[in-house]
Design a protein around this ligand. Structure first.
Ligand code: SAM
Length: 236
């Protein structure tokens, strides 16, 4: 077998796995927004993980991306994206770029995406992926996303892909009236709920989309960085 025929075979098997993932993990669980499904088809999850994990890229699970962080489960990415109800007129802020998979999905649906990652190595890798994919409507910066991105605010949509200890007031201040935020918020010990918060002139409308499990939002308005993480970051 030549190198090119084996690479075509590989692409074919990713394509079959991706189609199954969309049907069985996403559509069958109730995510039916056609634009979201098209973006999940177009952006290839195996491009966002290390070579050693590519064969597992279409599994129904989060995967390790290094630095103690994860790429979210495909269903959660699709659910959060659908719940955000974004369109090409929207300016979106994402907190927690990670490997950049969710950012890339959003870039297909929104006008412009601002994204913040606190771990430099992950942020730089993600930026390279955006370039390789030709996604030009993404601006990424490395920093503490719990403070938001004041210079670029207000935003029409905000998505937080790490768990906040409380409803993030600072980010809500940077959301337009009529805007929507999707955010995992920690509740009792070990439990988190995925919330959709709509900001109206009259106040906030909060819907609980269900239980979830995310890594922590670490920063000034999030959790404190523990010693172990601090040590790893200083090595990065
Ligand atoms: N969005 C990713 C995807 O496509 O699968 C998943 C992101 S991962 C679950 C959460 C990310 O949030 C991690 O990369 C973590 O470093 C980042 N993070 C945690 N606290 C942060 C903060 N204060 N500001 C920016 N990023 C933060």
């Amino acid at each position: 077998m030549t190198a090119s025929s084996s690479s075509n075979q590989q692409k074919g098997s990713y394509s079959i796995a991706r189609k199954r993932m969309i049907q069985e993990q996403i559509v069958d669980r109730g995510v039916r927004d056609q634009a979201v499904l098209a973006a999940m088809q177009k952006i290839h999850r195996h491009d966002f993980v290390d070579d050693a994990l590519k064969a597992q890229a279409y599994r129904d699970a989060p995967l390790n991306i290094g630095e103690g962080q994860t790429i979210s489960q495909p269903y959660i990415v699709a659910l959060m994206t659908q719940s955000l109800k974004t369109n090409k007129d929207h300016k979106v802020l994402e907190i927690g770029t990670g490997c950049g998979f969710q950012t890339s999905i959003l870039s297909e649906l929104a006008g412009k995406v601002y994204t913040i990652e606190r771990i430099r190595g992950l942020g730089l890798q993600a930026r390279k992926r955006f370039k390789d994919y030709g996604l030009r409507n993404i601006v990424m910066r490395v920093g503490d996303g719990s403070k938001g991105w004041e210079e670029a605010a207000p935003f029409d949509r905000i998505i937080v892909t790490c768990a906040s200890p409380k409803v993030p007031e600072r980010l809500l201040e940077q959301l337009n009236i009529g805007g929507v935020m999707v955010v995992p918020v920690s509740q009792k010990e070990g439990h988190q709920n995925l919330l959709r918060i709509t900001k109206t002139k009259e106040g906030l409308k909060t819907e609980n989309l269900g239980e979830c499990h995310f890594v922590k939002l670490i920063g000034r308005h999030g959790y404190r960085q523990d010693r172990e993480i601090k040590r790893k970051d200083s090595l990065a």
